[in-house]
Design a protein around this ligand. Structure first.
Ligand SMILES: [Ca+2]
Length: 398
């Protein structure tokens, strides 16, 4: 015990806790996975309402709500949905994507979806749409498009089809602001552009205006919270500090987890250096450098305010998808850890962090193999997971 206490003093700030209860909780939980829903078509995101009802999107179909008794109402989308989303574009990686529920939903009834739209053509755009959800849970009303100018990949090329790299996660932070993740569209100009919203994390008010406190570089769009990203698939807020962490899908090299700092630069810049040539001027899958080294996910010497990743997989991309911090003692030694869903390797990984937020270790969670698209901790403390094969799981820690 004394030895442990001494070690804890040496590691002050690294999260050491004494006491028999904590020794018991130092074990990882056993996970019990079951299917909450099956037979869905590309479920992309989910979010819980205060009464336990669950909103979910299906990429090519629309937004639905599952009531606590299992009833499903189709709210906003294509054929069969209560309210038509006539401008929904479903193409490649894009469609009806992220969902967020307003922190003041009980009084304002606001919910938000991230959607690819053809309301504006040539080029089409990704939008953040605010809706109201009346207590009947059978329709949505009062559509307001609060962001209309997130770039969308309109035409395919050798790197991928149209609709690629749209980002698309929406989450409210503990600061009450709405965070929106976007992607680079295989367009090398977007990540470091100060005026275009691709390859960014945006921080907004519920009306879509720039959140107070954003500090992008001089001359930049004030909605930009951080820039220099490739295709951010997940965002979650560290419970002990409120700091946003993002999971970023890398090219054939280097997935990254990054702790965001206001005004920071993720350091992704697939533009070719002088003397280097890449098809469509995009060097994201090869080298943008004269020395032939791979275009780095974080180009450290090149940018001011560069944010070093908390974790870089240091090898071939695992196809990083969503992330979610785990909260509560039911998660035992994983309380405060970051769950990360991998699409290519079809794994659920758990990253534990040191007290200062740096990476400690990574383990693989024991759940079925599947391409994991969404991770959300529900109000019951359990984890809800959507998979590309069409299921939503409930994962109960024991
Ligand atoms: Ca980076």
């Amino acid at each position: 015990m004394f030895r442990y206490f001494k070690r804890c003093l040496l590691l002050a700030g690294a999260g050491c806790v004494l006491g028999s209860a904590n020794f018991a909780s130092a074990q990882a939980p056993t996970l019990n996975q079951s299917n909450l829903m099956t037979g869905l078509e590309n479920p992309w995101d989910l979010a819980f309402l205060p009464d336990g009802a669950m909103l979910f999107t299906e990429k090519c179909k629309g937004l639905s709500v599952r009531l606590p008794d299992g009833t499903v109402n189709k709210l906003f989308g294509g054929d069969g949905y209560a309210v038509a989303a006539k401008d929904l574009v479903c193409e490649g990686q894009s469609g009806m994507q992220g969902i967020a529920v307003d922190p003041d939903f009980s009084t304002n009834r606001f919910i938000y979806v991230y959607m690819s739209s053809n309301l504006k053509k040539k080029p089409r755009t990704n939008r953040v749409i605010r809706l109201q959800l009346p207590a009947s849970y059978t329709v949505v009303t009062d559509r307001k498009d609060i962001v209309t100018d997130i770039p969308y990949k309109d035409k395919g090329n050798s790197y991928g089809g149209p609709g690629a790299h749209s980002g698309g996660r929406l989450r409210f932070g503990p600061d009450g602001n709405l965070y929106v993740t976007t992607g680079d569209n295989h367009n090398s100009e977007l990540p470091q552009s100060l005026r275009k919203l691709g390859g960014k994390v945006l921080r907004l008010t519920r009306d879509g205006a720039a959140a107070p406190g954003n500090r992008p570089p001089k001359g930049a769009d004030p909605r930009i919270y951080t820039l220099g990203h490739r295709n951010v698939q997940g965002i979650s807020f560290r419970p002990s500090t409120g700091q946003p962490y993002v999971s970023e899908h890398g090219p054939n090299h280097n997935d990254e987890i990054t702790a965001l700092v206001v005004g920071g630069n993720g350091g992704w810049d697939p533009r070719p250096e002088r003397g280097v040539t890449c098809e469509d001027n995009y060097c994201g899958y090869g080298s943008n450098k004269k020395d032939g080294s791979l275009t780095p996910m974080t180009d450290t010497p090149k940018f001011k305010n560069v944010m070093q990743p908390v974790w870089n997989n240091g090898g071939e991309s695992d196809g990083m998808g969503p992330c979610e911090f785990l909260r509560g003692n039911q998660w035992k030694s994983w309380n405060g850890a970051l769950m990360v869903g991998m699409m290519a390797t079809q794994e659920l990984q758990v990253l534990t962090l040191n007290g200062d937020g740096t990476f400690k270790e990574k383990v693989k969670a024991n759940v079925p193999t599947d391409r994991i698209r969404t991770l959300v901790q529900g109000p019951d403390g359990n984890l809800y997971v959507s998979t590309d094969s069409g299921s939503i799981w409930r994962v109960v820690p024991e």
